[in-house]
Ligand binder design. Structure first.
Ligand code: HEM
Length: 393
């Protein structure tokens, strides 16, 4: 496959959910490829890491969005991500990140270990002898954990899978008019939901993250605006489970293929993150002329950073196409790097490190029942269904 053919595959929403062959073709070409005027795909590990850590590259550029899609502000989903930490630049990003990190602390996450373990055991107890692990485990579990952390009432959990799937479509490299419409509607529904929840928590504060985030102030008196609060709550809820769901389903499918055995949960999860990254890409914009992978990129260029490709770069990883949980020096870019490094990485790792070994231990005879089905998306990569029988056949 040529680099041009690889780019065509990655830009095709019907084909890009199977990107690995295209990544290999890009690696043969070099760490960066120009796709169009001011538009590049970056696939090399060092080049992607360098851009993520370069403070002069920006996570958001309204001018480029305006050029691509003049009425993007009318889509609430795009606007919500644009108002959140994920897509803002300093100093707005620095202020929001400080406030969110102040409430989303390592202590709060560590305190969740027992909650997660209990929820995993409960979910495993309830698994039907035959069925789909996405429906029965990899969706409900991270939804249960993030809603417990945020303080979202348990009875509302049922609606979040549909809403997150619709909303995150706008994080893909390409989306259809129908994707946009459903994402917009999902954003409005979530906004309505959080408006009511925030009013309740302000009237009756609780020991939860919604209350803490609404009240958060930093040392300089900085606070989240109403729009920022809404955007970051939505981001935390949606990023907090959709990605983790995919990490779990990717890990389970790999486990089924490699003998249901996990010796070192931490190393195992890092290799799942590398081999089948739950987030395959993110984007940055250059604010000045920048050297990326040895190529001079002009100011105001859009860089699609292919995290999933970087994690399979043969210049960085020996036998990148081999799933090897015994790998040493594994440092995948699956949670990004630099100022926007994933706030939830410790939580996602903890959930996977508890769930995958518990499943393997409890059901040594776990066997696929038919083929798992890939999510029809490139960026948020996971499985739509993983049918299994618990005791083998
Ligand atoms: C940012 C991946 C789970 C919250 C990011 C970024 C990546 C990522 C790649 C950086 C995006 C960029 O630089 O443009 C993942 C993966 C996860 C996961 C692979 C699971 C396997 C979570 C969880 C939470 C979370 C559980 C919260 C509970 C966030 C937030 C940001 C972020 C708030 C934005 C940080 C910022 O821009 O400063 N995530 N994430 N993520 N993630 Fe995660």
């Amino acid at each position: 496959m040529s680099a041009a053919q690889a780019v065509a595959v990655l830009l095709d929403p019907k084909a890009n959910h199977e990107p690995v062959a295209a990544y290999e073709a890009l690696h043969a070409h070099g760490p960066i490829v120009q796709v169009a005027d001011g538009y590049y795909f970056v696939s090399g590990y060092e080049a992607v890491a360098g851009v993520l850590r370069d403070p002069s590259t920006e996570a958001y550029d309204a001018r480029r969005l305006d050029q691509q899609w003049s009425d993007w502000r009318e889509n609430r989903a795009v606007e919500i991500f644009a108002d959140s930490m994920l897509r803002t630049n300093p100093p707005q990003h620095t202020r929001m990140r400080r406030l969110a990190a102040g409430v989303f602390t390592a202590r709060r996450v560590a305190a969740l270990r027992d909650v997660i373990t209990a929820q995993v055991e409960e979910a495993l107890d309830a698994l039907p002898p035959e069925g789909d692990l996405v429906t029965h485990l990899t969706y409900p579990l991270p939804i249960g954990v993030i809603t417990a952390l945020l303080g979202v009432p348990a009875e509302d959990r049922g609606r979040f899978r549909r809403l997150a799937e619709a909303l995150t479509a706008v994080l893909e490299v390409r989306w259809t008019a129908e994707d946009r419409r459903l994402a917009h509607e999902a954003a409005l529904e979530l906004e309505d939901y959080f408006t009511h929840l925030l009013a309740q928590r302000r009237a009756e504060p609780r020991e939860d993250l919604v209350t803490a985030l609404a009240a958060a102030h930093d040392a300089d008196g900085g606070q989240l605006t109403a729009a920022e609060l809404m955007a970051n709550l939505t981001l935390l809820l949606v990023a907090g489970f959709e990605t983790t769901t995919n990490l779990l389903s990717n890990g389970i499918v790999l486990m089924l293929e490699h003998g249901n055995k996990i010796d070192d949960p931490a190393a195992y999860v890092e290799e799942v993150l590398r081999f089948d990254s739950p987030v395959q890409l993110t984007e940055r914009y250059t604010s000045k002329k920048t050297l990326v992978g040895g190529v001079e990129v002009p100011a105001d260029a859009e860089l699609v950073l292919l995290l999933g490709a970087a994690n399979r770069d043969p210049a960085r990883f020996t036998d990148p196409g081999v799933f090897d949980p015994g790998r040493t020096g594994n440092a995948p870019l699956s949670f990004g790097a630099g100022a926007h490094y994933c706030l939830g990485a410790p939580l996602a790792r903890l959930e996977a490190q508890i769930t995958l070994p518990a499943l393997a231990r409890r059901f040594p005879g776990l066997t696929p029942q038919g083929k798992p089905v890939r999510r029809p998306r490139m960026n948020l990569r996971g499985w739509s269904s993983v049918p299994v029988t618990l005791e083998g056949s």
